[in-house]
Design a protein around this ligand. Structure first.
Ligand code: SF4
Length: 230
């Protein structure tokens, strides 16, 4: 049986897809985003191992409250596609809606099979150019765009999310570029702009890792609001 390395569970999440959702945070991420809120998920060795049966049992205990369904997030779920495929297949048998919260980077060899059991993709489009993507995440924008094309080919509803970071992406021209990139995909349903926050600073301190944006201000309402209506 397939085992999953999981960082944590959230039994009632309201921000990772529609409705109230059970959220499973997978362990391990190939990126190192400059604003990452979950550095504790980076290492592939951390977290705890669970079988699909064990995770399913936890989810089904909360079923009565799950008006939305289940989201698998991370870390990066594409690093553990076989586990997520098995979990999503079982959830669909139970009639539960499945959402994949991903950067679009990871092991994409199984991505097509994974998308076959995914009802909604939430994809973070972190930066609008290949140079920025590489500089601020360590990853390759082309891989993300290839993944997004696959979601379009499979006709999976797509929500694009973007963290608005003062000094990096918080201006109308940059957000316009993000919107244009996202708008290429006919399966796009929604773009969510999320303000950069620094609640994660304590996590970096506890892990002994410097937080690269320690000196960057949080994204205020005044900065965010005009970008929402572009
Ligand atoms: S993809 Fe997510 S978990 Fe990975 S480094 Fe970026 S923000 Fe952090």
């Amino acid at each position: 049986m397939c085992m999953g390395q999981i960082n944590q569970f959230q039994s009632l999440g309201a921000v990772d897809g529609p409705g109230l959702r059970y959220v499973v945070f997978m362990q391990g991420c190939p990126l190192r985003c400059i604003y990452c809120h979950n550095p504790e998920t980076w290492s592939r060795d951390g977290g705890e191992s669970y079988t699909v049966d064990e995770v399913l049992e936890k989810i089904l205990r909360c079923r009565a409250y799950l008006s939305g369904g289940v989201t698998v997030s991370g870390g990066e779920p594409l690093l553990q596609s076989p586990f997520v495929i098995e979990l999503f297949s079982r959830l669909k048998q139970e009639g539960l809606h499945t959402a994949l919260d991903t950067s679009g980077i990871g092991d994409t060899t199984c991505a097509e099979a994974l998308l076959s059991v995914t009802d909604l993709v939430l994809c973070d489009l972190k930066f609008a150019t290949a140079a920025d993507y590489l500089k601020y995440t360590g990853g390759c924008l082309d891989q993300v765009l290839a993944f997004l094309s696959l979601t379009e080919k499979k006709r999976i509803p797509l929500w694009i999310r973007h963290v608005v970071v003062p000094g990096l992406t918080a201006d109308p021209a940059y957000i316009g570029a993000i919107r244009r990139l996202a708008g290429r995909y006919s399966n796009l349903q929604k773009i969510e702009l999320l303000p950069f926050r620094k609640f994660c600073a304590a996590k970096y301190e506890a892990l002994g890792i410097p937080f690269p944006l320690a000196g960057t201000p949080e994204c205020s309402r005044e900065l965010l609001d005009p970008l929402l209506v572009l």
